[in-house]
Design a binder for this molecule. Structure first.
Ligand SMILES: NC(=O)C1=CN([C@@H]2O[C@H](COP(=O)(O)OP(=O)(O)OC[C@H]3O[C@@H](n4cnc5c(N)ncnc54)[C@H](O)[C@@H]3O)[C@@H](O)[C@H]2O)[C@H](O)CC1
Ligand SMILES: [K+]
Length: 503
């Protein structure tokens, strides 16, 4: 699992690695530049005109090394030098000296920046990296704003868009990238929703520093990738029977809102549950049985919402229960939730209106069994934990909340963050904007509940479900783009398993 370390630690990791391996810091920069160029070559043609904008620190050094390598590979490259009145870092200086004589390198004055007119297809931002320690000003600021004003070309940031602090929220200007290629592990601030427009697509490239070095600076934050997830799955054999795949219950729905619980239930089945039973109000029975014949249904006749009478049911038959989608927040439903949380101590997932009820009745939080999984989106989380100034604050509050109530928080959004009571936070790498569609969250509830029912640990259930949910969204939206709807995501769950080689 990739460690997400602070910008200050990046420098220390580099120093430790270079010292231990007996290589030079220049060699490490060469590795980083090579990793970038290998990625670049797979995506861009040699007739593209590439402008590489290099600052005076090591980020600029990366840009210069990249320029030299791309030029040698036959790309049409121009180097622009900025910040030349500052003392360059030693590796930046060395890479300036190593530029081939025939590779055009232009020092940019104030006037050049103001009147810049080059016919470029690709802009590479190697102005500043994690060494930024104040908002942009002067030439750096002017150039970044100038580059941001250019349209019709592809903009790529090296390591982090210039101007973004690596661990904090942006104050001032920053480069707006289409793609950010971050070295070794993503920088923390690249995962904040406030920065999504600056970061564009996030790619992480390995530059050869192994986890041992990063883990010495661990802050308990991790970036979850495909290779971390495959191993967390359980193996089932040909002798496995329905019971091994778990019996789950999904509780929710109310008059006019039956789609959510139907989608949760189908997602649980598609994730592999041996049996899914949904507990719905009487008005939803026909809807469920006609639209999802594979699910069992339990309901009280002539009811429009889940009420306290539902507490007579024996929930202990189930290996896991998901509660909340489409359930409404009626007083009698809140009464049901109170009784249910008191009664059932197996693994549970609380989502949507289940969370809204907890926000309205915070005294019920103490009834949650340890390691219950709560899956709020950003707004639902704020209803539970109070107003958050920004995403950094929100992540801190998620950590505090998780510790205080001994629950697992799955904070949904781009790079969904899973927080455990011991303080660890896992950031997901799959998913895309096309998943921002009604019902997407209900599907995740069904998936987590299903994994819990299959006997996965709380940690593995949350990580696997969040990862597959995102990957299913990517697969579903590959040809549907903004026409993607939630049921497309459910249909792609089996393909997501196949992508990981899981049968
Ligand atoms: N392991 C890795 O990830 C590697 C990363 N590399 C690259 O190195 C940079 C970090 O380099 P560093 O020299 O520390 O920082 P910068 O390039 O960002 O520049 C620092 C330089 O700039 C001055 N400065 C700070 N703020 C401003 C500002 N607002 N305006 C102008 N100047 C500013 C500061 O005082 C310094 O002088 C990392 O991002 C990677 O790209 C290595 O190449 C290999 C290993
Ligand atoms: K940069």
């Amino acid at each position: 699992m990739l460690e997400i370390i602070s910008g200050i630690s990046v420098k220390k990791v580099d120093e430790g690695f270079v010292l231990d391996k007996g290589i030079s810091s220049h060699k490490l920069m060469e590795n980083a530049a090579l990793a970038f160029c290998n990625w670049f070559e797979r995506h861009y043609q040699r007739n593209d005109k590439v402008g590489i904008f290099c600052g005076h620190g090591n980020n600029g050094g990366d840009g210069l090394a990249i320029a030299r390598m791309l030029w040698r590979k036959g790309y049409d490259v121009i180097v622009f030098l900025v910040g030349e009145n500052n003392e360059p870092s030693p590796d930046c200086k060395l890479n300036r000296e190593l530029l081939p004589d025939k590779l055009p390198a232009l020092s940019m004055s104030h006037e050049d920046i103001a009147h810049m007119e080059y016919d470029l297809n690709i802009v590479v931002d190697a102005l500043l990296g994690v060494g930024i320690n104040r908002p942009l000003e002067g030439d750096y600021k002017n150039l970044v704003n100038k580059l941001n004003s250019l349209s019709g070309l592809t903009k790529i940031s090296i390591d982090i868009p210039t101007g973004l602090p690596s661990d904090d929220c942006l104050a001032g200007d920053a480069f707006i990238a289409d793609i950010t290629l971050s070295f070794q592990s993503p920088k923390f601030s690249l995962l904040f929703p406030e920065h999504a427009n600056y970061v564009g697509q996030l790619k992480v490239v390995d530059i050869g520093i192994n986890q041992f070095y990063l883990s010495q600076f661990s802050e308990g934050k991790f970036y979850v990738q495909k290779k971390d997830i495959a191993l967390r799955h359980k193996n089932f054999s040909r002798f496995s029977h329905k019971g091994d795949f778990g019996k789950v219950m999904l509780v929710g729905g109310s008059f006019g809102s039956m789609g959510a619980i139907r989608m949760s239930s189908e997602a649980a089945l598609r994730t592999g549950s041996g049996l899914a039973c949904c507990m719905v109000p009487g008005c939803g029975v026909d809807i469920m049985q006609v639209s999802l014949p594979e699910a069992q249904v339990w309901a009280k006749k002539d009811s429009d919402c889940i009420d306290a009478d539902y507490l007579g049911y024996n929930f202990d038959r189930f290996d896991a229960v998901g509660v909340g989608p489409g359930m409404g927040t009626h007083d009698t439903t809140a009464e049901f939730l109170r009784g249910f949380l008191t009664k059932y101590k197996g693994p549970i997932v609380v989502d949507a209106d289940g969370l809204n009820i907890l926000a309205k009745h915070p005294e019920q939080l103490s009834l949650l069994a340890d390691r219950s999984i709560l899956t709020p989106h950003l707004l639902e989380f704020e209803r539970l934990a109070g107003h958050c100034k920004n995403h950094k604050d929100r992540l801190q509050k998620a950590s505090d909340f998780s510790k205080k109530h001994k629950v697992i928080i799955v904070l949904k959004g781009a790079h969904t963050c899973i927080t455990f009571p011991d303080g660890r936070q896992f950031f997901n790498s799959t998913g895309n904007k096309h998943m921002a569609t009604g019902g997407s969250g209900d599907i995740l509830t069904g998936m987590i509940t299903s994994f819990l029912g299959q006997g996965y640990s709380f940690e593995n259930a949350a990580l696997c479900a969040v990862f597959h949910h995102g990957l299913s969204g990517e697969i579903a939206s590959a040809d549907k783009k903004r026409g993607t709807i939630a049921t497309d995501i459910i249909k792609s769950i089996p393909l997501s398993y196949l992508r990981l080689g899981i049968e």
